[in-house]
Design a protein around this ligand. Structure first.
Ligand SMILES: CC(C)(COP(=O)(O)OP(=O)(O)OC[C@H]1O[C@@H](n2cnc3c(N)ncnc32)[C@H](O)[C@@H]1OP(=O)(O)O)[C@@H](O)C(=O)NCCC(=O)NCCS
Length: 187
């Protein structure tokens, strides 16, 4: 499998709002669902632009093929003052025709680099629909492990979906050199 160079992944800004929102909406229509959120409650363009604005507590990354945005991910620090040592990854998505070329891995790698460099983050969490086997394998390859299952997290078209809770301890003894402190895109 080709490994997309991290040079094709960069931090998204408000200038990427329309492209980001378009990819995000495609993600929410994915079948079987990868996300509990629904397209009709997705933030509008100006709300999305505000989310993409520079922040010390979250970062959106995009994978590009040429000028085209083809994959997205975000990482956010928890908000409560006593939870700021934790961050969570969400919204990982690569357009179907660009999968299996290393873009998903490159996106997760950049998100984890951001966490490794951000001050005081010790742990990264995420949730993933139990049917999304490719995503689960990808996360496991970075050292994430399942620590629980949340049952019937959301329903879609009369079917209920469970999610695995996954966690990764940064700076543990595991070999996670892929995200050790290094060059980070400006965020
Ligand atoms: C999960 C997802 C982002 C992966 O994106 P991708 O660009 O295809 O991923 P990559 O090409 O970087 O592959 C990552 C891993 O997936 C697996 N994988 C990729 N291509 C594969 C193939 N042809 N056959 C089997 N496994 C494959 C491998 O484990 C690979 O890791 P490896 O290189 O160490 O073998 C993509 O499938 C997707 O958008 N899925 C729907 C949304 C989703 O589930 N998001 C997660 C929400 S929590």
């Amino acid at each position: 499998m080709q490994d997309a160079s991290s040079a094709s992944v960069r931090v998204l800004t408000s200038a990427d709002t329309e492209a980001y929102r378009s990819v995000r909406l495609q993600a929410l229509y994915e079948q079987p669902p990868a996300f509990g959120s629904l397209p009709e409650v997705e933030p509008n363009l100006s709300e999305t632009a505000a989310k993409l604005a520079k922040s010390n507590d979250r970062c959106f990354f995009g994978a590009f093929q040429g000028e085209q945005l083809i994959g997205i991910i975000r990482i956010s620090r928890y908000e409560a003052p006593n939870e700021k040592h934790r961050a969570y990854i969400a919204g990982l998505y690569v357009l179907p025709s660009f999968r299996c070329q290393g873009y998903g891995k490159a996106l997760v790698r950049e998100a984890l680099r951001w966490a490794a460099i951000a001050s005081g983050i010790r742990r990264v969490n995420l949730t993933v629909v139990t049917q999304q086997e490719m995503a689960i394998r990808l996360y496991q390859s970075f050292g994430f492990h399942v620590y629980g299952t949340e049952q019937e997290t959301f329903s879609r078209d009369g079917q209920f979906y469970d999610e695995y809770l996954m966690t990764l301890e940064l700076n543990s003894d595991n070999d996670h050199s892929v995200y050790q402190k290094g060059q980070l895109n400006d965020c």
